[in-house]
Write a protein that binds this ligand. Structure first.
Ligand code: HEM
Ligand code: HEM
Length: 219
């Protein structure tokens, strides 16, 4: 039988809010971005202006996404211990041990799932790379966007124009979308799987903030 569970507050409101704002904006950016790269609906009348709308929606979602990511990064410095920057970068011997334990679990070499109140060391490291991709999407996106603007602000925001050829940047901006898609499939699968395996309410926790832990998480 299960041990008694302790209801623990893991994800603060800003963590949950930015998670879901990112989900909605990434979904919007992916559909409209895919259309920008490969217009799959053809206009029959010139006043339909489909590409114009797709780009407009892409840019509105881009601002929401940028603000949400910026706020989450700020929260990495002021949030609770499960939200802090340290959970994304393994730097303690315990984190390295947990990381190795999780890798063994995912490779079917161990039957012990990676218990943690916050992100496991493995999930934290994966999210670190996801945040790097978020930043790349933002800076490469603003570099592309700055082409249709003038002024110092846009030159600063569009600094990535100076790093690589624009079409290369555009290609990478496109390819990063596929990396995010692959991540999301694995992420939702693993969240669901760990929820069933650990019975800690993981999926509902990203809505409510609360997880139900047994104490193994602190061992
Ligand atoms: C997860 C986030 C994002 C995804 C998945 C995404 C996806 C895409 C894709 C697939 C394209 C088409 C590239 C091509 O031509 O093949 C595109 C174009 C573009 N994106 Fe994004 N994007 C994201 C974030 C952003 C952000 C934050 C901005 C900032 C303004 C932005 C600005 C642009 C611009 C300016 C274009 C080119 C539009 C044009 O040429 O008409 N994107 N995006
Ligand atoms: C575009 C889709 C998604 C992306 C890019 C994404 C990305 C992320 C990221 C970066 C985190 C870390 C949050 C932080 O510390 O700020 C996270 C956590 C989490 N996400 Fe998502 N997510 C997506 C969709 C979903 C969906 C649909 C679900 C549920 C069915 C979900 C469930 C969770 C859970 C339970 C956590 C916290 C637990 C953990 O440490 O793994 N996510 N997600």
């Amino acid at each position: 039988m299960d041990k008694e569970r302790i209801r623990t507050y893991a994800w603060e409101f800003p963590v949950r809010l930015t998670h879901w704002l990112n989900v909605v904006s990434i979904l919007t950016l992916s559909i409209t971005g895919f259309y920008i790269g490969q217009p799959f609906i053809h206009a029959v009348k010139s006043n339909q202006y489909i590409m114009g709308w797709m780009r407009f929606i892409h840019f509105v979602a881009a601002y929401v996404f940028t603000m949400s990511v910026a706020f989450r990064i700020y929260w990495m410095f002021v949030g609770n211990r499960y939200a802090r920057i340290g959970v994304f970068i393994p730097h303690t011997s315990r984190q390295w041990r947990d990381l190795w334990g999780a890798v063994k679990f995912y490779l079917f070499l161990s039957k012990k799932p990676p218990y943690a109140v916050g992100h496991t060391a493995f999930a934290g490291l994966v999210y670190f790379f996801i945040f790097l991709i978020y930043l790349f999407q933002i800076f490469s996106g603003f570099a592309l966007y700055s082409l249709s603007h003038t002024g110092d602000l846009w030159n600063t925001l569009g600094w990535m124009k100076g790093v690589m050829h624009l079409q290369t940047l555009r290609l990478y901006h496109h390819l990063a979308m596929y990396i995010l898609m692959v991540f999301v499939i694995g992420h939702v699968y693993l969240s669901w799987y760990l929820d069933l395996k650990e019975r800690n309410g993981l999926i509902s926790s990203i809505f409510s903030g609360y997880k139900f832990v047994t104490g193994k998480e602190w061992e």
